[in-house]
Design a protein around this ligand. Structure first.
Ligand SMILES: NC(=O)c1ccc[n+]([C@@H]2O[C@H](COP(=O)([O-])OP(=O)(O)OC[C@H]3O[C@@H](n4cnc5c(N)ncnc54)[C@H](O)[C@@H]3O)[C@@H](O)[C@H]2O)c1
Length: 401
């Protein structure tokens, strides 16, 4: 089996790669029978020379390989017919902008496997970048705070080499005695928490957070049952909320009253109460000044997020009275950082993590007859047709919806 690590061609460029030179060497060691070839790239976070030095062939032409492994969508003109491809295709939610791509994949008899559709036996995704989003999101929020209040001037995350460098920057500034709220219990929240802990910011309980004053910065990490309550007053469990969101209402304002900097790292389930609405933000009890919205559900549960922002221009202001965007430095503004592709700002670490996940969960399937059904479950197209699991995309491909 011959695998190609392909060049990213999407714009703006994504510097991540599925295998760093180090992880590719690990893959080769574990699977000596596999051949790995690297397509030359001048935008990848690891230069060609590092792959060459690790003993891999780097070439302009990888059309002799069987399996093409990339990160983002491959432009139609670069798709090589009759190959297997792995990348984030952004087609499974019928995204209109990628309809032509999926059509071309079928026409070119390509077997498409999407990183998003690679799931374990319980249906959980095996490839995800939440942790890196949480790491960069927390950092970007502190950066936004410094710019808003002219208290420090942190560099952007993208040009810094790795998480350790972000932590070094944060540890060189003096955070005032603010209260920091973090929502979520998954990978994003964990990534943000890593940063707060690395800054030695004290973690406090919900009760203390709501009631105590501190002469140091503190943070509180909360989950769904902290910021939602059942309308009938009963206290049940997370599953009850996931299953019956209509029985709940938001209990977020008690946190908004005391919070200065809010990091949104939760997963928002459809039908759940909004954490805070535009009306809530108008309240005198809403004291949040900076929001790093990593969850980034636009015009929804975190009402200050009017739109996703970009790595190039990550920060904007929200005017609570007019419910519109203003300069984030304006006195009236709540400052919002809502970049929706944060892992791209940490390409080196995210690539190392990508390789770990891909080597653990996907590469073995090529050599064990796919005994756990990883490839079978993730496959979107086969012999010019949609697979059964993805047959719901037929109308989308045909341009009927
Ligand atoms: N801005 C970015 O660049 C970026 C990058 C990655 C992820 N995200 C977003 O961040 C959010 C969190 O991602 P993650 O990787 O931490 O997710 P995750 O899958 O690791 O964690 C989700 C958590 O939510 C819980 N959960 C499951 N169903 C739920 C429901 N109905 N309501 C509330 N909680 C539920 C799960 O038990 C789990 O603890 C997602 O909305 C994701 O799209 C944003």
């Amino acid at each position: 089996m011959k695998f190609a690590i392909i060049k990213e061609r999407k714009n703006p460029p994504d510097r991540r790669v599925v295998f760093s030179p180090l992880k590719l060497a690990e893959a080769k060691k574990q699977f000596p029978e596999a051949v790995f070839k690297v397509e030359s790239s001048d935008i990848r976070v690891f230069p060609d020379t590092e792959y060459k030095n690790a003993g891999f062939e780097v070439a302009q032409d990888v059309s002799d390989c069987d399996v093409m492994i990339g990160v983002k969508e491959v432009p139609i003109e670069s798709l090589i017919p009759n190959k297997k491809y792995f990348f984030f295709s952004h087609t499974i939610k019928k995204q209109p902008y990628n309809r032509k791509l999926l059509k071309a994949i079928l026409e070119k008899n390509i077997e498409l496997y999407d990183h998003e559709t690679i799931v374990g036996p319980k249906g959980f995704r095996l490839i995800g970048f939440g942790r890196y989003a949480g790491i960069v999101g927390a950092y970007n929020g502190f950066r936004a705070w410094g710019l808003k209040y002219n208290s420090w001037n942190l560099p952007k995350a993208g040009p810094l080499p790795n998480q350790a460098a972000l932590i070094k920057e944060l540890n060189a500034i003096k955070i005032p005695n603010i209260k920091i709220l973090l929502t979520g219990s998954g990978k994003v929240a964990k990534g943000s928490q890593e940063m707060l802990d690395a800054m030695h910011i004290k973690s406090v309980s919900v009760d203390d957070y709501l009631n105590e004053e501190y002469n140091e910065p503190v943070y509180c990490k909360i989950d769904v049952l902290d910021y939602n309550k059942r309308k009938d007053g009963r206290v049940l469990n997370n599953t009850d909320l996931y299953k019956n969101p209509e029985n709940y209402e938001s209990d977020f304002m008690r946190f908004a009253k005391v919070t200065d900097y809010y990091i949104a790292g939760h997963f928002y389930g459809d039908g759940a109460p909004f954490l805070y609405t535009r009306a809530d933000v108008k309240s005198r009890n809403f004291n949040i000044k900076v929001v790093a919205d990593v969850s980034c559900d636009v015009d929804g549960p975190v009402a200050t997020t009017l739109r996703a922002s970009t790595i190039a221009d990550p920060i904007y202001g929200y005017n609570p009275q007019t419910e519109t965007e203003i300069d984030f430095k304006d006195d009236k503004a709540i400052t919002v950082m809502a970049v929706d592709n944060l892992p791209c700002e940490l390409p080196q670490d995210a690539s190392e993590g990508f390789g770990d996940m891909f080597l653990k969960h996907v590469i073995p399937a090529f050599f064990n007859n796919d005994k756990d059904g990883i490839l079978n479950g993730a496959q979107i197209t086969k012999k010019g047709k949609l697979t059964e699991r993805f047959s719901y995309l037929q109308d989308y491909v045909d341009g009927k919806e």
